[in-house]
Design a protein around this ligand. Structure first.
Ligand code: F6R
Length: 610
């Protein structure tokens, strides 16, 4: 949540920072701001010919773009920017970052939460500091000013200030005494350093630097430092410099209208990437788990912990592990698990699923489990992220950056990897070969669903006036139904609920009438007949039925009002196909309702606050 960008080098820093912010806007989009130095002058002098210009705007980045349209930053001087998802204080211009100290000498952008800001603010106000905003962040810039006044170097000032802060942060800081430098620090919120030729970048996510920086440093917890056009410094421990191989393509929509659509259409490829090198005629090989293979072989139970869409993937994972590997598995919401009293579970391995690898609740649950000595595994998309680092071993999705706030390709790659893990652990499963073979056929089957894109659009148009939807399914299709509701809710802002089909008549059936359409996930599988009976019950009460069904099923059309056909697959892999069908429906429904589906209201990617 919140995106940070910074640049020092020969180019116009304002242009570079605004470009990076555009790629980071998925992290927060309720206000934005930049600080740069300009020869034209602005609010406060830096003691030379250039003056610091602070520009902020509420709303999306386009508002800020309009504001800085005629400005440019002086080369070699530092620029920082921020795109915000509000935690403390309404999203207005005053609360937007960068924040400044009393004398407009120090400027700071922040991602995270300062937990002890009330105490700090009270102390600082007593010492005469004047606060402008309602944010927790502003406390830090005044604290820097307070410590700097004592005549320390700014490096020492930063160290001293960080010691007094409790909470999570990634900071980008400019001190007008050193206008060529951007200071930074990270703890609990992501921050990377990009290295180009005599130019350096700061960003919340590597995707912001694609095509610009050649090398990257994934800053570790507690690391801090500065960048300037002539070099950089990181302390207290030595940074690891890695190559950055991302091309600009990953941060662009490739001619499609939205990132969400681009990411939905990438799924044949991302599922292949999740399988690549891991599945062969010799079986499943998961390199990321090799270091813990002995421990893993002794595991008798699994517990999956995650949030949101990743939690829904976990619910499907449970069914995969129980059916394919015969391992009892439970699934917990990280936000609940972290505060629960958990009974001792000997021989349990924990799997943490997170696209971003930064979700605060999942990370907190992981840290808690680690202290109890259990085996911890990560299923993460973002390389080098906190959850990837904190877990003992794990598997990367290799799905590429997911920019749209609504998770699509990360979800299906999570499902693919969970299936691989289940096959890997299911040493005694007699159907392993058949399951493995079917898994390799999924990408082509996904293509057949994507070909029906126009049909999903027509279906969305037909049901556009409805405000309530129900999604039902059994077994693997129950969590798939839950994921279908989440997608629809988050990008369309309509009410949707997911019910295990067998639970309908225990209460929720009362909701059904001609104004409450119901999606049924009725593939030809072990619960097909049961699902048909549920559909009949709905039909008898005047409910409108939209079914996802298996290609070639003629019976279903006589019960459902509308049918979308997906290719036949084995039951454990049906979620891989059905969820994509539901993603396409949700996408068109949201677009037709006029919403910015990549940036749904009130939400942001990477929930790094509790
Ligand atoms: C919904 C969505 C969220 C995330 C959740 C966890 O489309 O994307 O529900 O799944 O915030 O995020 P990660 O997977 O990054 O831990």
């Amino acid at each position: 949540m919140c995106g940070i960008a910074g640049y020092v080098g020969k180019k116009d820093g304002l242009v570079v920072v605004m470009n990076c912010l555009k790629r980071l806007e998925y992290r927060g989009y309720d206000s934005a701001g930049v600080l740069f130095f300009s020869a034209k002058g602005g609010s406060a002098s830096n003691g030379q010919n250039d003056q610091a210009e602070l520009k902020k705007s509420p709303g999306k980045l386009t508002n800020l773009e309009k504001k800085v349209k005629n400005s440019c930053a002086t080369p070699l001087l530092a620029s920082i920017g921020h795109t915000r998802w509000a935690t403390h204080g309404t999203p207005n211009e005053t609360n937007a970052h960068p924040h400044a100290d009393c004398h407009q000498k120090i400027f700071l952008v922040h991602n995270g939460i300062i937990e002890n800001y009330r105490e700090l603010k009270e102390q600082l106000e007593k010492r005469g500091h004047k606060f402008k905003s309602q944010t927790d962040t502003e406390t830090v810039v005044h604290l820097l000013e307070d410590n700097y006044d004592k005549g320390a170097t700014f490096e020492k000032t930063l160290d001293l200030t960080l010691k007094k802060i409790v909470g999570a942060y990634a900071f980008g800081i400019i001190n007008q005494d050193e206008p060529q430098k951007i200071y930074f620090a990270r703890l609990g919120s992501p921050l990377v350093l990009g290295i180009g030729t005599k130019e350096y970048f700061l960003a919340s996510d590597q995707a912001a630097l694609a095509g610009m920086a050649k090398k990257i440093i994934y800053l570790k917890e507690g690391q801090r430092g500065w960048i300037s056009p002539t070099g950089f410094k990181v302390w207290p421990n030595k940074p690891i410099i890695e190559r950055l191989d991302l091309n600009t393509e990953v941060a662009q929509k490739s001619g499609l209208e939205h990132f969400m659509l681009k990411e939905i259409f990438e799924q044949p490829e991302t599922i292949k990437n999740a399988l690549r090198g891991r599945l062969s005629t010799n079986g499943v090989k998961l390199g990321g788990l090799e270091s813990v293979s002995k421990k893993l072989s002794k595991i008798k139970n699994l517990e999956i912990i995650a949030c949101g869409t990743s939690y829904n993937a976990g619910l499907i994972g449970k069914l995969l592990f129980e059916e394919i590997s015969d391992i009892p598995t439970s699934v917990s919401l990280a936000s609940e698990h972290r505060y629960q009293q958990i009974a001792h579970r000997p021989d349990t391995g924990y799997i943490f699923i997170s696209q971003s690898g930064e979700t605060a609740d999942t990370l907190a649950a992981l840290k808690k489990i680690k202290t109890q000595g259990y085996l911890t595994l990560g299923l993460v998309n973002v390389v080098g992220s906190a959850i990837a680092r904190e877990t003992q071993a794990g598997i990367y999705n290799h799905a590429g950056p997911e920019i749209s706030v609504a998770s699509t390709k990360a979800f299906t790659s999570q499902l693919t990897i969970l299936a691989l893990m289940a096959l890997c652990l299911g040493t005694k499963n007699k159907n392993k070969k058949e399951l493995a073979r079917e898994l390799t056929l999924i990408p082509n089957k996904v293509k057949l669903i994507l070909k029906q894109n126009d049909q999903f659009k027509a279906l969305a148009k037909k049901y556009l006036q409805f405000q309530n939807f129900m999604f039902i399914g059994r077994k693997y299709n129950y969590p798939t139904a839950l994921e279908g509701t989440l997608k629809l809710k988050e990008i369309s802002y309509v009410h949707a609920e997911g019910i295990a089909a067998g639970e309908l008549k225990h209460g929720s059936l009362a909701l059904i009438d001609p104004h409450f359409p119901i999606f049924t996930l009725t593939n030809k599988n072990s619960v097909y007949e049961k699902m048909l009976s549920n559909m009949e019950e709905v039909k008898a009460r005047g409910g409108k039925i939209i079914s996802i069904a298996t290609a070639g099923d003629r019976k279903i059309a006589s019960v459902a009002n509308d049918v979308i056909y997906v290719p036949k697959t084995l039951e454990p892999f049906e979620p891989l196909l059905n969820s994509i069908a539901l993603q396409l429906f949700a996408y068109h429904f949201g677009v037709l309702r006029g919403h910015d589906v990549d940036k749904p209201r009130n939400l942001a990617k990477s929930v790094t606050v509790e």
